[in-house]
Structures are given as C-alpha cells and as structure tokens.
Design a protein around this ligand. Structure first.
Ligand SMILES: Cc1cc2nc3c(=O)[nH]c(=O)nc-3n(C[C@H](O)[C@H](O)[C@H](O)COP(=O)(O)O)c2cc1C
Length: 222
C-alpha cells in the first residue's frame, strides 16, 4: 500500500480549479492500492501542522496543485512549504523517497506562463529532498472547470485531461525515466476565450456591487 498526499494550494479551497485537477487524479487511482490523504493549505495553517507534516513525510507520492499568482505560488502555499522545511530541519530528518508531481493552472490561455512557478516547485523539492517528477502547466484553468458539465465545451479540454492522466500513468507504472514538464491549453479559440472572460468579469463586478467602469480603474498609476 502506497501513501499519496494531495495538497491543495489554492486559497479558494474546495471551490478551486485546483480541486478539480486533484479530484481527477484521485479518482483515477484505485483506492485498494493507495492510502490517500488530503491537505488544504488554507485550513492546515490553522490546524495541527505537526501531524500534517508527518503525513507529508510518510508520503510515497505528493500531488501538489495550485493556481498561478503573479507568476508564482499563493503566499499561503509558500508559507506552508517554508514551515515544512523548518519542521524537517528541527527534526533533523529527511523525507523518504517521495515523488512529487505539480499541477499549476493559470487564468490566461497561455500555459507557458506557468514555467517559472514550476521552477520554483523544482527548487523547493531540492531543499526538501523530494524527487520532483514533473509538472503540468495548464492555461485557461477557469475555463476547464467552468465547462466541465457542458459536454460540447468540455471536449475542448480533453487535451488537459489527457495530460493529467500522465501523472496517474507515471505513478501506476513507476516510470523512472526523466519526463519534461507538460504545458497544455484547452482548445478554445482565443477570441472566444476573451469574450467568455469579459462576460465573467462583468458578472463578478455586478455580484460585488462594482460598476463595470470601475474595472478599468488604475488606483496606483500616479
Ligand atoms: C492574486 C492573483 C494573482 C493571479 N496571477 C495570475 C497570473 O500571473 N497569470 C495568470 O494567468 N493568472 C493569474 N491569476 C488567475 C488564477 O491563476 C486563475 O484564476 C486560476 O485558474 C485559479 O485557480 P484556483 O481556482 O485553483 O485557485 C491570478 C489570480 C489571483 C487571485
């Protein structure tokens, strides 16, 4: 029985696109063969970090999913990883042979925007003595989640689902050859993506009592 630890690094927690990607991997791995643990960086910070870190230390596989925040990680996740580093240092212990996979999703339909964030994960893994297997950078992450219940639109995301499956394949087949990071965008035409995007932002502005014109404000420009 192998231990798998799913880390959700999105401050949106259960509502996050990152949750969708973690759930897809979780569902594809037979529970008979794996003991699965879920860590939510938003709630774990308030909870018993010691036992959370112990779970992490005992993991054979870590699947880390998070959104791209300004070409990097959400600060809660940075804090979580820094705290884990301190925990390891204080315990004077190193993690066993843990393999880590990262799934980063960003808002723009440009998966390559996630390049730097995956480099950050790679460097964190070096510090934490974790074996970074590979990462998947997903563009238009909001679209994949938004369209998941629409069979027609969901087809545009099939390349994203295929890429996610590569993590399952790698775990189940214990692949040892080096694999490069994968970057994938749903096949939505850019123009259509931005039309959807504008509708979405206007809806959110209204929901939050903000005038559409206020979306163009530049409060820090002077
Ligand atoms: C503070 C903040 C910073 C962001 N920075 C970027 C960015 O640099 N590039 C980008 O494409 N999307 C950016 N986004 C959009 C998110 O990456 C995107 O909405 C993602 O799908 C959210 O995933 P989640 O639901 O898993 O949190 C940002 C969002 C927030 C809230």
């Amino acid at each position: 029985m192998k231990n798998i630890c799913f880390i959700n690094g999105s401050p949106r927690s259960k509502k996050a696109n990152s949750t969708l990607y973690l759930n897809l991997i979780d569902k594809s791995l037979d529970s008979k063969n794996y003991t699965k643990y879920y860590i939510d960086t938003t709630s774990s910070i308030k909870g018993d970090l010691e036992s959370t870190f112990k779970t992490l230390l005992d993991a054979d596989y870590i699947i880390l999913a998070f959104p791209l925040y300004v070409y990097s990680m959400p600060s809660l996740l940075v804090r979580f990883l820094e705290d884990y580093y301190i925990y390891l240092k204080n315990k004077d212990t190193i993690s066993q042979k843990t393999n880590l996979y990262a799934v980063v999703n960003c808002g723009f339909p440009d998966a390559k925007m996630n390049v730097e964030a995956l480099k950050i994960v790679f460097n964190c893994c070096k510090k934490l003595n974790i074996n970074f297997r590979f990462g998947i950078g997903i563009g238009a992450g909001e679209f994949v989640n938004f369209s998941k219940n629409n069979p027609l639109l969901n087809k545009l995301s099939s390349c994203v689902y295929k890429s996610i499956n590569k993590i399952t394949y790698d775990i189940e087949n214990q692949v040892s050859i080096e694999i490069n990071n994968i970057f994938v965008n749903p096949k939505i035409p850019r123009r259509l993506f931005f039309i959807f995007g504008h509708i979405f932002w206007k809806k959110w502005a209204k929901r939050n009592g903000i005038k559409i014109s206020a979306l163009f404000d530049k409060p820090y420009s002077d």
